[in-house]
Design a protein around this ligand. Structure first.
Ligand code: NDP
Length: 257
């Protein structure tokens, strides 16, 4: 059984309907947090909320397109009204739609920068305003990617949006330390989720080759990332801010053939 280290905390997870965000929402609830689960539509997050409630936890589902400023403002106001001021924000919502540079559309570029990067600014601003007003400090965790540091062909917009997330983490961390708010980035390697399954099905990702190139010879699991989130959100990580934690089975460290 998970220790209830986050009892009394209010957490908000974007992209909580499936994959990594779903795993993070369940892990935070198991650790005692009350969790606002955000997806593009509330009904998409209904299943994860039901799973948390079935285990005796507290969770609510809300629909919000995280790249839309007024929707983000309304969603954070609703969460504050329903649960209280946010203590832990996990910026996890994201898309990956690879296109070769010479065929890349402006829409593809804008979608990645808006959903993956601008949303981190919008949601963090909304959460940190609540954290500052409540005066209890807080924790923002941005889900970046190892492709923010490693160049992967055909993914200029995705890689660039994730590099932005990593650097936004550092700027927000140094600016908000005075409010006792910590801001960190978790950069996953390849994690088996619908996003990866879809890319593999579309022939845009070679799953076996990725496993072979990874020193641990496997893709990561949602639980690998959720465990890292629990650590970063815990009091034990109190001196950690502005940092990026790569959880990638050794992918980034590997520099051989
Ligand atoms: P999935 O595609 O499985 O899930 C994406 C989630 O984001 C869904 O909950 C989806 O909600 C939500 N979402 C998408 N667009 C929006 C939007 N405009 N507004 C609000 N929510 C939105 O992705 P993963 O779980 O694989 O990835 C989660 C995060 O981890 C992403 O940021 C991704 O870039 C990152 N990551 C993933 C890796 C991997 O290997 N899987 C590796 C490195 C990083 P809905 O159900 O409503 O569509």
């Amino acid at each position: 059984m998970t220790a209830k280290t986050l009892n009394g905390k209010i957490a908000l997870v974007t992209g909580a309907s499936r994959g990594i965000g779903k795993g993070i929402a369940i892990a935070l609830a198991n650790a005692g947090a009350q969790v606002a689960c955000i997806a593009t539509k509330a009904e998409n997050a209904a299943e994860v909320v039901a799973m948390i409630q079935a285990e005796g936890g507290v969770a609510i589902a809300l629909g919000c397109k995280v790249e839309n400023g007024s929707a983000v403002t309304a969603t954070f106001a609703e969460v504050e009204k329903e649960l209280g001021a946010v203590d832990i924000l996990v910026n996890n919502a994201g898309i990956s739609q690879p296109q070769p540079l010479l065929k890349m559309t402006e829409e593809n570029w804008n979608a990645h920068m808006d959903i993956n990067a601008k949303s981190v600014f919008l949601c963090s601003q909304a959460a940190i305003r609540q954290m500052k007003a409540a005066g209890n400090g807080g924790c923002v965790i941005n889900i970046g990617s190892i492709v923010g540091q490693n160049a992967i062909p055909q993914t200029l917009s995705y890689c660039t949006s994730k590099a932005a997330v990593e650097h936004m983490t550092r700027v927000m961390a140094v600016e908000c330390a005075k409010y006792k708010v910590r801001v960190n980035c978790i950069a996953p390697g390849y994690i088996r989720t619908e996003m990866i399954e879809q890319l593999a099905a579309d022939g845009k990702l070679a799953a076996e080759a990725i496993e072979k190139r990874t020193p641990q010879r496997r893709m990561g699991s949602v639980d690998d990332i959720a465990a890292a989130v629990l650590f970063v959100a815990s009091p034990g990580a109190g001196f950690m801010t502005g940092a990026t934690l790569n959880i990638d089975g050794g992918w980034t460290a590997y520099g051989y053939l």
